[in-house]
Design a protein around this ligand. Structure first.
Ligand SMILES: [Zn+2]
Length: 885
């Protein structure tokens, strides 16, 4: 995590383009010695890399290696002095053989560091049994934390991994082992087969005493040959009792069936391993042959259908990447969307069509697209095809635009050109570009050929602009009959300032309250090509109670409801039975709260009245999360206690009425536990922690137990005897959940000494005894620290602002982001200040640090925007209250 100041870990697009233009990879062999990984005093491991490549037009180049030490370098058999060649994280080479077909062989013998940040080779000690586990995570550019390489996606090579480790460990990589040498000293060396040509960011190594479940997928290919893919599913040994490997392997097989049919290109990577690993920084990573997943998908507590659906969605998303991303790879991170948007869209399609989760598009409309709308309204928004000048910018572009907006736009594309044309374009694209790299133009030409349409205007509008289109309905009504009706599009690209006028194919839904229930009476397909289009089907009709543009959620746009439709929703949304329309309407209401167009109390009243009738637990859970956010961010402080109490009362009622043991009961209980951090539902928290069962069927599992301890701590009721019980609980049931749960709870106590220690721990990345905190520990302590009054926390920010540059310089970008965003002042009280104090400080910092790294400024600009949005919403609610007298 720590690095020497001045090391250049960044890499620019221009540098990468120069290297790709002058260099061809032949092969890369990586030999790692993890045999002493179980010794916590050992900080690094030997990493011996042999790179073979040709160059033309140059006799010099540089290799990337973020190392602990470099012992020796040889170039074509001759030694190179590391003291002269190594500069920071780069190794500069001169005197390369540049003749036609001449292959250079470079051998770099060094040591790399075990990681605690989830970047590179992460090492984890299981609190349950003391066993040591290792795994790698490289995207976008952390393979160089493990071995020396050319770290860019368009220098593909066959990789051969050799890993020495304790002999009883499960050691895996992209390929299958070809040989294991036992050494007689308790260690063994596993030699893996060379991979097909792949990029560095999808190479991987897994090593530890993992539990492994196995299976095989087989199918007959169109040419009559038999394809057999060995499968496994892997997790830490101490989690094996909770691991539903059979379900994961079944989903994997269902996905392989679906994608073989859809893509008509046989899975090329041999085996398919799914490894669930601790302290993972993301949901999953598509390493060919060995996908790594967050361990949060091994459910140690009761899992709702929504959690299972999200896991299945991730399994499908990663599997799409075996083709989109691994087989055909973007040349540089500008076109990251060429894999992520496709994986997000086609992954959801697979979840909806090839698994039991036939409501996958409902969660997509409500939850996934919500992420896109948030990102597209931030000052950091960007076109889907982005301008990524360097690796720091690349790291930050794994965002709501690249994933969710891109996926939503591809869903619109499928509606626009037809699903068959979309599928045929993908098939052509894989055949034309297998094992190589592409840009937008390559996909567009395949799409133009398959659809017979010129895709230029479409792609310019949707892929090269930023900002959210807004859809509205304008009506003229005479004598209760509609005499004119138009669908309107508004919005502005925030980067260029030009009006948004995208082409859309969408449905306009008409709904009426019939016998007390809101129901669809008609839906009409509409093509919108500019700022307005007439809706002739409404002429002469009575005004419907609700008009929903984008009924069916085929396009990407926010909805501006007309006043009649909005009033209908607030009064009757609970009676709307169509899941997709209902989820879309809830999402639109939430967007209005965020935009300060709907007062938070109105949204909260709608949640209390209508959320209970939502049948998809993913949406139900999302609504309760949004309601909590509305209380803590979008309400002025003076209104929060009353709204929190009212919501707690409603959830408690639902808990009482929910079917025992049902998903909704679980989701309601978890939501109530988080709400209880604000001091509500104290007796219920105590009763549950005491093992009472006020709600039959509700199990006090690990997740709920730690949520309750956190509520008790944050609400200031964790007295000495309760603290002793918490510690006894953690000691009796040691686990990853307990470790993080305990850290958050302890940091949440509203005591000055606790806040001081927590703040220091996060800021330095070290605990009280000086040992480095892991990525998850930092986030848990920061989250606990933030639970506290402005009076308790505000003093620390005198220290926060001057530290930012130092944090950025001294930590990896992943860790620095956790610290800076995790500690950003969240006490957003409107107070009596004319200028909000946090706003004044962030503005002061931005003005005073115009030359700070762009990636660091982006984090603060985004936090500033969240705060500004919250303050605007608070003013709306405060004004409504004053207006109401
Ligand atoms: Zn992905």
């Amino acid at each position: 995590m720590q690095r020497t100041p001045g090391q250049n870990e960044n890499l620019t697009r221009d540098e990468a383009a120069w290297r790709a233009g002058t260099l061809r990879m032949v092969s890369c062999e990586v030999d790692l010695d993890l045999s002493t990984a179980q010794d916590p005093s050992v900080t690094g491991y030997r990493s011996l890399t042999t790179l073979c490549f040709t160059v033309h037009g140059t006799t010099g180049t540089f290799i990337d290696f973020i190392h602990e030490s470099v012992q020796s370098i040889t170039l074509n058999g001759a030694p190179v002095d590391p003291a002269k060649a190594v500069a920071g994280s780069r190794i500069y080479l001169h005197g390369l053989a540049a003749g036609d077909g001449e292959v250079n062989t470079v051998v770099i013998d060094g040591h790399a560091k075990y990681s605690r940040s989830g970047e590179g080779l992460h090492r984890y000690v299981d609190p349950a049994d003391g066993q040591t586990y290792c795994y790698t995570q490289f995207e976008p550019a952390d393979a160089r934390r493990v071995y020396a390489n050319f770290e860019q996606p368009d220098l593909k090579a066959p990789f051969t991994f050799i890993v020495r480790a304790p002999h009883h460990w499960h050691v895996a990589s992209n390929q299958s082992p070809v040989r294991v040498d036992q050494h007689g000293d308790g260690t063994a060396t596993t030699h893996f087969a060379p991979t097909l040509p792949i990029s560095t960011y999808i190479t991987t190594v897994l090593a530890g005493p993992y539990f492994v479940a196995t299976d095989t997928y087989s199918r007959t290919l169109p040419d009559g040959s038999e394809l057999a893919i060995p499968l496994n599913a892997t997790c830490r040994a101490s989690l094996a009792a909770h691991f539903d490997a059979a379900n994961i392997l079944e989903l994997t097989k269902a996905g392989l069936d679906f994608f073989h049919e859809l893509f008509d290109y046989p899975y090329p990577w041999g085996k398919y391993d799914s490894a669930f690993v601790p302290e993972y920084n993301l949901g999953a990573m598509e390493n060919p042959g060995l996908v790594t997943f967050t361990e949060h998908y091994v459910f140690t507590s009761r899992a709702t259908e929504s959690q299972h659906e999200a896991r299945a969605n991730t399994i499908m998303h990663e599997m799409v990447h075996m083709w989109f991303g691994d087989l055909v790879t973007m040349a540089w991170w500008d076109d990251l969307w060429l894999k992520e948007s496709f994986a997000d869209y086609i992954g959801t399609l697979a979840n909806a069509q090839a698994t039991e989760f036939d409501t996958a598009w409902v969660a997509f409309a409500n939850r996934r697209k919500g992420w896109a709308y948030v990102a597209d309204q931030l000052p950091s928004t960007h076109p889907i095809v982005a301008d990524i000048a360097d690796l720091e910018a690349a790291k930050q572009n794994f965002d709501g635009i690249t994933y969710a907006k891109g996926a939503a736009v591809l869903k619109q594309l499928a509606a626009y050109v037809g699903a068959d044309a979309f599928r045929d374009a993908a098939r052509t694209y894989f055949r034309a570009h297998e094992y190589s790299n592409t840009t937008l133009a390559d996909f567009l030409s395949a799409l133009a050929a398959a659809s017979g349409r010129d895709m230029g205007a479409w792609s310019d509008a949707w892929l090269r602009t930023a900002g959210v289109p807004r859809l509205g309905i304008e009506l003229d009504i005479v004598d209760s009959k509609i005499t004119a009706a138009t669908l309107t599009q508004s919005g502005t690209d925030p980067i260029t300032g030009t009006p948004i006028a995208h082409p859309h194919v969408l449905d306009v839904g008409l709904f009426n309250v019939v016998d007390g229930a809101l129901a669809r009476t008609a839906s009409h397909r509409v093509e919108l090509a500019g700022s307005t289009v007439a809706l002739p089907f409404l002429l002469g009709e009575a005004r419907p109670d609700l008009i929903l543009p984008n009924d069916g959620d085929d396009t990407y746009a926010m909805v501006d409801f007309d006043p009649v439709s909005l009033a209908t929703l607030l009064a009757h949304l609970g009676t709307l039975s169509d899941p997709l329309a209902r989820a879309s309407c809830w999402a639109a209401l939430w967007n209005m709260v965020r935009d300060a167009k709907l007062p938070a109390p109105d949204f909260l009243a709608a949640v209390r009245s209508h959320a209970e009738s939502v049948t998809e637990v993913a949406v139900f859970t999302q609504l309760l999360t949004q309601a909590r956010t509305a209380i803590t961010h979008y309400l002025p402080p003076v209104l929060r206690d009353a709204e929190r109490a009212a919501l707690a009362e409603a959830i408690t009622d639902w808990l009482g009425r929910a079917e025992p043991g049902s998903d909704k009961q679980v989701a309601a209980a978890r939501a109530l536990a988080v709400l209880a951090r604000g001091g509500v539902a104290g007796p219920l928290v105590d009763a549950l922690l005491a093992g009472e069962q006020p709600h039959p069927g509700l199990e006090l599992d690990e997740d709920l137990r730690w949520a309750l301890w956190q509520a008790k701590a944050a609400s200031g009721t964790l007295d000495e005897s309760a603290l002793a019980r918490l510690e006894a609980d953690a000691a009796a049931h040691p686990s990853a959940v307990a470790t993080s749960g305990r850290l958050l709870a302890l940091a949440a106590r509203p005591e000055p000494a606790v806040k001081k220690a927590s703040f220091t721990a996060v800021l330095t990345g070290r605990d009280a005894d000086g040992s480095a905190l892991s990525n998850e520990a930092v986030s848990a302590i920061a989250a606990g620290f933030q639970l506290g009054s402005r009076e308790l926390l505000d003093g620390y920010y005198v220290q926060y602002w001057p530290e930012l540059a130092g944090i950025w310089e001294s930590m990896s970008i992943g860790m620095a982001t956790r610290v800076i965003a995790g500690l950003f002042p969240a006490a957003q009280d409107l107070g009596d200040d004319a200028v909000h104090p946090v706003m004044a400080r962030v503005d002061g910092w931005l003005a005073g640090n115009p030359d700070a790294p762009a990636a660091l400024r982006r984090i603060l600009l985004e936090e500033r925007d969240y705060l500004a949005r919250a303050l605007a919403a608070q003013r709306l609610s405060a004004g409504q209250r004053l207006g109401a007298g």
